[in-house]
Design a protein around this ligand. Structure first.
Ligand SMILES: *Cc1c(COP(=O)(O)O)cnc(C)c1O
Length: 451
């Protein structure tokens, strides 16, 4: 083609057989947009001195444009990093039962706010609450969108324009912009800091209580440790002095486990039931950390406080949706039926023995006839158990350009996310779901062939 007049028109291109197929698959308006966008681009390139492409290549570009515009950005990936609660990869995968509950609830109508016995309006707040109360022994429970929202709601609902006592050693930043002092500001509560960066004593709390604060907030150090000359009074002691002053104690646990992580060779992560037993009036935790469910913020504790929170306007703004409630209820049922370790993916991963993992790594190694199986470490991640690792076995591959190889694994379908260790590409079977083993092998074989 020699000049712009020879460029085919939109109408002309719409008659081409491939493009006719695309109008069926992508719809006519989007296809027309893609053609216009390619023609505009081609004209601009021509003005800048490039030759005009022929019709076949124009059509290819229209196809590429349509693929690009409609490609999903939220895609399933295979996690071979060995980080169990990988925040960037969506934290906790759901159990089959939880996923089924989501699908069933999503595809039709549900009793979200409908009371079947009375035949009239019910409350969405009942769904996971009874289960949470039964599991933790708490009087009341409330589920919101995420734990950051739960903490915000507690502060706004119980401490607006009033002081909240927090130890300086607990003024944490969780990541993603969640900083206790900032959340405090947003809620309208006033921060009353006590203690020092490394130590806080019971009398620090007692003195602060003389200022009649709205509550004491205890925040779990989910993602860092302080070591050395440190001290903190036991929660039960803080609860005792708080209650003498008639001030509630709130514990932001973050991961909020219902199972004892010490059973799996990890450090003991505080349990929700322990915080309640220590006398905390409210405990906040995430649904998608060590609970192994959907993204949610869970508040359990005193019925009178929970009922005040339920009436707060923020509770409406932060409310959990029906899909979350469906997944959360199904996840909680696993705990109630004492089958969490067998059914919830993150507990299957955390409880997998090094021997089981070694067998899978060896099978991968045999399958691709390359690399070696070496001992390594998996981590919990997701703001839980900082610095704690679990012994594992890794498939380690020495490839010429390890970064480029990692790239190729990420370009696979589904993408496979691995990591580098001492310049070798390593893959940890712990975080790969067992039914993904065949896919891992295929992806590795393809990537090795094209290397
Ligand atoms: C993770 C975490 C949060 C935030 O929870 P999300 O569910 O991610 O919103 C708040 N506080 C602590 C202590 C945490 O560990």
């Amino acid at each position: 083609m020699t000049d712009l007049r020879s460029l085919p028109s939109v109408e002309h291109l719409l008659q081409a057989p491939e493009i006719k197929g695309w109008t069926g698959a992508f719809g006519r308006p989007l296809t027309v947009d893609a053609i216009r966008s390619v023609l505009d681009e081609v004209r601009a390139q021509y003005q800048a001195g490039s030759p005009l492409p022929d019709q076949a290549s124009l059509i290819r570009r229209v196809g590429a444009c349509l693929e690009d515009w409609t490609a999903p950005t939220l895609r399933p990936v295979i996690n071979a990093t060995g980080v169990v609660l990988h925040t960037n990869l969506g934290r906790s995968p759901l159990s089959r039962d939880a996923a089924r509950a989501v699908v069933e609830t999503a595809l039709g109508y549900s009793t979200l706010e409908y009371d079947l016995k009375k035949g009239k309006r019910g409350s969405r707040l009942v769904h996971a609450e009874a289960l949470l109360c039964r599991l933790t022994g708490a009087e009341g429970a409330l589920v919101v969108n995420n734990n950051a929202g739960a903490v915000l709601l507690v502060l706004a609902g119980l401490a607006r324009r009033r002081a909240v006592v927090v130890a300086r050693s607990q003024l944490v930043e969780i990541g993603g912009g969640f900083r206790v002092p900032d959340v405090m500001k947003q809620s309208g509560a006033r921060l009353l800091e006590v203690g020092t960066t490394n130590r806080v004593h019971l009398d620090d709390y007692e003195q602060a209580l003389e200022e009649a604060p709205a509550l004491i907030l205890h925040a779990h150090r989910s993602n860092f440790r302080i070591v050395g000359f440190t001290s903190e009074p036991p929660l039960a002691d803080i609860a005792r002095v708080a209650h003498q002053a008639n001030v509630p104690l709130v514990d932001d646990l973050g991961s909020g486990s219902l199972l004892d992580t010490a059973r799996y060779g990890l450090e003991h992560e505080p349990l929700v039931t322990e915080s309640l037993a220590a006398g905390c009036d409210l405990v906040c935790f995430s649904g998608d950390k060590l609970l192994g469910g959907p993204q949610a913020g869970i508040i359990v504790g005193r019925a009178d406080l929970i009922s005040r929170l339920k009436k707060h306007p923020l509770a409406r703004a932060l409310r959990a949706d029906k899909l979350c409630l469906a997944a959360l209820s199904a996840t909680l049922l696993h705990y109630l039926k004492d089958e969490a370790e067998a059914k919830i993916p993150i507990w299957q991963m955390l409880s997998a023995s090094p021997e089981q993992i070694r067998r899978r790594a060896e099978a991968w190694c045999r399958g691709i006839d390359q690399g070696e199986v070496i001992p390594g470490e998996s981590t919990v991640g997701g703001g839980s158990l900082p610095g704690e690792t679990l012994p594992t076995y890794l498939l380690a591959l020495s490839v010429p350009h390890s970064n480029r190889f990692l790239d190729r694994l990420r370009q696979a379908n589904p993408p496979l996310i691995a990591r580098l260790q001492n310049d070798r590409v390593v893959l940890d079977p712990r975080t790969v779901l067992e039914d993904q083993d065949d896919q891992v092998l295929q992806i590795l074989q393809t990537a090795l062939r094209s290397g």
